[in-house]
Design a protein around this ligand. Structure first.
Ligand code: GAR
Length: 210
C-alpha cells in the first residue's frame, strides 16, 4: 500500500475523510505519520485515535522559517512516505525545503485555482461576484498554491451565501475530492511528469471536474 504522511494545522476533517476512505476499502494506503505545527490540531487527536504515528513541531522552537521547514521535512522523510498530503496545512513552505518532494506532495485548497491563492478564498469569491466556487487538489511546487492542478470540485454560490455558509457547503465536497485523488495515486494511475499531470498515461489538459 501507498505510504502516506499528512501535514495538517487544524480541525483535520480532510484527514478524517482519508481515514474513512481507507476504512471503506476505497484507499489502499498506510498512514505513516501525521505532523502538525499546532499542538491542539484536531488532526493529531484523530491520528491518536486511529493509531497513526503523529508529532508536533512548533515554529517557535526554530530560529528561522527555513530551519523549521527543513526540520519538518526531515521528520517526514524519516517515516519514508511515498506521498505527502497537505490537509489543511496553513503555513507557506520554504521552496528549497520542499523541492525534493515535488511530484510526491499534494495540497487541497479551497478555491478554483488559479483563482484565489492564499487565504480568505470564500470571502474573496463572494466579493468578486463569482457564481461558482470550489476546491482544488494540486501538486505542490515552490509557487504558493501554484502547482499543477489535478482535480476540482465545484459548487454554485447562492444569492444569500456568506463565507461561512459557503465554506460549510464546500467541505463535504472536499471530503470526496481529496480521497479520490489520493486513491488514483495509490492505484498508480496519477503522477506528475515534466509534461504535466498524467492520469492513466495521458496528460491532463485541464483539471478533472468532480
Ligand atoms: C479545508 O477547507 C482546506 O481546503 C483548507 O483548510 C481547511 C482545512 O480543514 N486549506 C487551506 O486553506 C490551505 N491553504 P480541515 O482541517 O478540517 O481538513
Amino acid at each position: 500500500p501507498l505510504r502516506i504522511a499528512v501535514l495538517a494545522s487544524g480541525r483535520g476533517s480532510n484527514f478524517a475523510a482519508l481515514l474513512a476512505a481507507r476504512e471503506r476499502g476505497e484507499l489502499a494506503a498506510e498512514f505513516v505519520l501525521v505532523a502538525s505545527d499546532k499542538p491542539d490540531a484536531g488532526a493529531l487527536q484523530l491520528a491518536q485515535l486511529a493509531g497513526v504515528p503523529h508529532c508536533v513541531l512548533e515554529p517557535k522552537d526554530y530560529a528561522t522559517r527555513r530551519d523549521y521547514d527543513f526540520a519538518v521535512f526531515e521528520r517526514i522523510a524519516a517515516s519514508k512516505p511515498d506521498l505527502l498530503v497537505l490537509a489543511g496545512y496553513m503555513r507557506i513552505i520554504d521552496g528549497d525545503a520542499l523541492k525534493p518532494w515535488v511530484g510526491r506532495m499534494i495540497n487541497i485548497h479551497p478555491s478554483l485555482l488559479p483563482k484565489y491563492r492564499g487565504l480568505h478564498t470564500h470571502r474573496r469569491a463572494i466579493k468578486a461576484g463569482d457564481d461558482e466556487h470550489g476546491a482544488s487538489v494540486h501538486f505542490v511546487t515552490a509557487e504558493l498554491d501554484g502547482g499543477p492542478v489535478i482535480a476540482q470540485t465545484l459548487l454554485p454560490i447562492g444569492a444569500g451565501d456568506d463565507e461561512h455558509a459557503l465554506a460549510e457547503r464546500l467541505l463535504p465536497l472536499e471530503h470526496q475530492l481529496l480521497p479520490a485523488v489520493v486513491a488514483w495515486i495509490a492505484a498508480d494511475r496519477l503522477l506528475l511528469r515534466e509534461e504535466g499531470v498524467m492520469l492513466d498515461g495521458e496528460v491532463l489538459r485541464k483539471p478533472l471536474r468532480m
